[in-house]
Design a protein around this ligand. Sequence first.
Ligand code: HEM
Length: 515
Amino acid sequence: MSSLEGFLCFFLVSVLISILHKLWWKPARMQKLMASQGIKGPSYKLVYGNTKEISSMKKETMSSPKSLSHDILSHVLPHFHWWTNVYGKYFLQWHGSQPQLVIRDPELCKEILQNKDRAYPKLKIKDYPKKLVGDSVLTTPEYEKWTKLRKLANHAFHGENLKGMLPAMVASAESMLERWKNYEGKEIEVFEEFKLMTSEVISKTAFGSSYLEGKLIFELLMKLCFFAFKNFYTVRFPGMSKFYKTSDEIETEKIEKALHNSVMEIIKKREEKAILRNGEEDRFGSDYLGLLLKAHHDADDKQRISVEDLINECKAFYFAGQETTTVLLAWTVLLLAIHADWQEKARKEVLQIFGERTPNADGISKLKTMSMILNESLRLYPPVVSISRTVNKESRLGKFMVPVNLELVIPILALHHEPEFWGPDAQLFKPDRFSDGVAKATNNNMGAFMPFGIGPRTCAGINFVANEAKVALSMILQRYSFSLSPAYIHSPFQLLTLRPRHGVQVILHPLVDCP
Ligand code: HEM
């Protein structure tokens, strides 16, 4: 055997050993370790883990119609539902060769998200989701990078800055309601309507651009979202895409480039404006884009952010700012269309506080019934159905020892529907369960309600969403009552966020004397 042949032989054997180590030995060891602590789960299948079973369970439930009930866990996440019934509160499932510990225990979930030793960071984002939102404040596991970016987001979306965004929110809701005049007495599909409105709001408030400028960005993000969803349960050998790309990978690379260019255009426009305002304190502007650009041009390299960070932040906020709020509004309108008594209570409160006037900051803080309705909507239909963390050092989590690289899955939707914490009426729409706050509603299991996450990485847009949703709903309730259209088909499904698969159709009834 020549030395080249010997080397090749050695190389092939090493590759084979490392593949077997990753795909067979490590999963077998992990299963044994977890089983020794009483944690079981569906058995690991070579290469695919449980992805094929999960996909087929999801396909099956999607193809069968769903009755108009809020008991949606078995429809949206059938595998969580089924495996909890079989294995209990904690079970081990496999995404390819990646072990995932699913935890339906609010105390442990809280411990993971609030951990002070930083033992459970976010997972390093890769593949399709990376193309969508990049390594940004939303996703980055790096603590130093996150603190820098989170400071900027907090500054842009809090206090006076947030108040200053109200007129833009009102104006976008007004232009949506102008369109609604064409649907009076008729059916309207509100999911698409809210998509337009929330896109306009985030474009204007965070990036100072019009909806039209942001339109292409949203379209490209939605395409990436579709591919991310389509390939979520696809398993590929690590590094394979360096040698062979699937048609989806080629297509998404093109979309990612187009997205990069569109975001760059908005950034360049703002930089050109800043050149004309050279010398002024606020030359980049005071919105989120302005703060990002200021950080990008910061003389202090510790504070400075790279162009790539700048672009990723823009992508992440266009995505986070629009998609989640759209689904929250759509589900809330559905719930109010079904529960006319709560729609009436909400309208009464809005008319008492604002009369026919446009919503303002002071009044928004007094909308108690509406806050209860939004909480109940977020409980039954949380836009983000689950979140994950990874273990970066072996740690004690409750009674378990969790090893490095184990993924921890927090199933928000399951926690929100658990009768153990919410009572036997957990599947019913009852906003008054929140009348004395979240602690009372959850029977002091605060971890049982986390539509925005918990701990340091709680949603940075929480107050922004509350304002936007309250402005839009108040202005709708001031003008219209609405009932569910017979055309509506109940089919909640997860396409990154929890969406109404066929939209939400309601019939609009104009109120007499509306503004
Ligand atoms: C109903 C609407 C929304 C829901 C339900 C929601 C939900 C969430 C959740 C569950 C997380 C935590 C993820 C985790 O811990 O892994 C999160 C994080 C985040 N959200 Fe939201 N979100 C909403 C709207 C928004 C909006 C409108 C914005 C921006 C304007 C936004 C920006 C962010 C950011 C930047 C983070 C990352 C925070 C960090 O890691 O420090 N979100 N959101």
